[in-house]
Design a protein around this ligand. Structure first.
Ligand code: G3P
Length: 217
């Protein structure tokens, strides 16, 4: 399974890269705003800065919601860097744009996926990735992981090559369960990736090894 980091924060992206387990980055307009990045020129430069840190796919989201706007914006993003994947919302004009991009060799990530039907439609339109938002589904007392399972079954039934990119990941068990269910990618906050490291018995065991070593030297 691939690990992406879900942030526009350059320091966090560097930290995840330096851990040696980072395969890509996802961003969205909220994450860009959180870093104080505004204005088209600054936003485009920030995407290039991210691409220069990570050797892997970097999702950059369009703001337009009409077909012509999505296509024009997507082409601008695509031309920025070979690692850019154009992130398109799951709306009617977005689906049309996914088809257009797929026919023109522009890779895409269909975002705001909350149902198996949406994921099926995105795959039919040729999306490279779909992003089911598992945390936001859990937030409303529903089952985000059931959505991953359902999409996996549908894609396997028909051999769709669209990759399942589990998004809105909140904690390490989301990552583990996504791995068990066969999600192709999990995009995670840095905290969730680092939390995979933790186990109290590891800490206790290491403390004892080091104490025993000190006693015998
Ligand atoms: O990038 C999309 C997704 O990961 C958003 O996550 O935490 O805002 O639900 P969250």
């Amino acid at each position: 399974m691939k690990f992406f980091i879900d942030t526009a924060n350059l320091d966090q992206i560097r930290e995840a890269r330096d851990l040696g387990v980072l395969d890509g980055v996802t961003t969205n307009p909220s994450l860009m705003a959180k870093e104080g990045i505004s204005g088209e020129a600054n936003i485009l430069k920030h995407y290039v800065d991210i691409c220069n840190i990570v050797d892997g796919d970097v999702s950059a989201e369009v703001i337009s919601t009409d077909f012509d706007g999505i296509v024009a914006e997507g082409k601008r993003l695509h031309e920025l860097h070979e690692n850019i994947v154009v992130k398109v919302p799951m709306i009617k004009d977005g689906v049309k744009a996914l088809k257009y991009f797929s026919e023109n060799d522009i890779r895409t990530n269909c975002t705001l996926i909350f149902s198996p039907g949406q994921a099926l439609l995105a795959a039919k339109a040729g999306a490279s990735y779909v992003s089911p938002f598992i945390g936001r589904i859990d937030d409303i007392s529903s089952d985000g992981m059931a959505l991953i399972e359902s999409i996996r079954t549908i894609y396997d039934n028909f051999g769709f090559e669209t990759e399942i990119l589990a998004a809105s990941v909140r904690h390490p068990m989301h990552i583990v369960e996504c791995a068990e269910l066969g999600a192709d990618v999990a995009t995670c906050p840095l905290s969730a990736i680092l939390a995979l490291l933790k186990h109290p018995l590891t800490d206790i065991g290491l403390e004892k090894f080091l104490a025993d070593h000190a006693k015998s030297n």
